[in-house]
Design a protein around this ligand. Structure first.
Ligand SMILES: N[C@@H](CCC(=O)N[C@@H](CS)C(=O)NCC(=O)O)C(=O)O
Length: 252
């Protein structure tokens, strides 16, 4: 069959494209502590653009009206995502809520499948309600109490020991806390990093040690742990002004 003659191509008008708009970065209100690391790890793992806004908790930046408007509990970390739901900015405080938010936003490290998500939530909440607070108290009584209080030291050191044991047992059956690497692991790793300060020897927890070494070797985790905040390295925890800010807080 003879082919139909080709129609001459209509000339397309050149479409003027505006240059791609650079996405404003997420602002991370941060100080280099286990709670701060959780979020820098997640941002690095997801390769999300972000800027670090240091909140010097030893000088009282956490009480500035600007920060309190974002984080009413006067604690780091917090984030402001300029491209939140509906394309409008959103601020989020509480590290667990931030991890879940970023997990939902990116679809990474926080599975959509309900069974898998329940497992992540279990270990995330276990960290938020157990490991974090207990390790925080162990650290306080072991290093910052004005005089040694044996009851407080052993109560919280033992509790961290028990919680490390829970992780060690769990990790006998799976590579990561919720099966696959997730925000639950990111929430816990900073506390395990400080095991010695909490009076724990990782050699007694071989599966936990293996888990820690695996996570610590991840490039994103290395980058997150590598963030330097100059002022943080010179904080003197014996300075009465610093101690009054951090340890003298009441409802006011
Ligand atoms: N539950 C909070 C705890 C955060 C927290 O305790 N942050 C500490 C640093 S690790 C802080 O900001 N401390 C400031 C202060 O004590 O005033 C979270 O997980 O975000």
């Amino acid at each position: 069959m003879p082919r139909a003659p080709r129609r001459p191509k209509a000339k397309r008008k050149p479409v003027k494209r505006s240059p791609p708009r650079r996405r404003a970065p997420i602002e991370l209100y941060y100080w280099p502590t286990p709670n701060g690391w959780k979020i820098s790890i997640m941002l690095e793992e997801c390769r999300l653009p972000y800027v670090v806004r240091p909140i010097d908790i030893s000088k009282g930046d956490q009480f500035s009206p600007h920060f309190l408007a974002i984080s009413p509990n006067n604690r780091i970390p917090a984030i402001v995502d300029p491209a939140g739901p509906g394309g409008r900015p959103i601020s989020v405080f509480e590290s667990g809520a931030i991890l879940q938010y970023l997990g939902r936003k990116t679809g990474k490290f926080y599975p959509r499948d309900e069974r898998a998500r329940v497992a992540v939530d279990e270990w995330l909440f276990w960290q938020m309600g157990g490991l974090g607070p207990m390790a925080g108290q162990a650290n306080h009584f072991r290093h910052y109490a004005p005089e040694p209080i044996e009851y407080g030291i052993s109560r919280y050191t033992n509790e961290v020991n028990r919680l490390f044991g829970v992780m060690d047992t769990r990790l006998a059956g799976c590579e990561f806390l919720a099966g696959r690497y997730s925000i639950a692991d990111m929430a816990c790793v900073g506390w395990v990093r400080l095991a010695e300060r909490m009076g724990q020897d990782l050699a007694s927890f071989p599966r936990l040690k293996r888990w820690f070494e695996t996570i610590r070797a991840r490039p994103a985790v290395k980058r997150a742990f590598g963030i330097r905040v100059e002022a943080a390295s010179s904080v003197d925890m014996k300075d009465p002004k610093v101690r009054a800010i951090l340890f003298g807080q009441t409802a006011r």
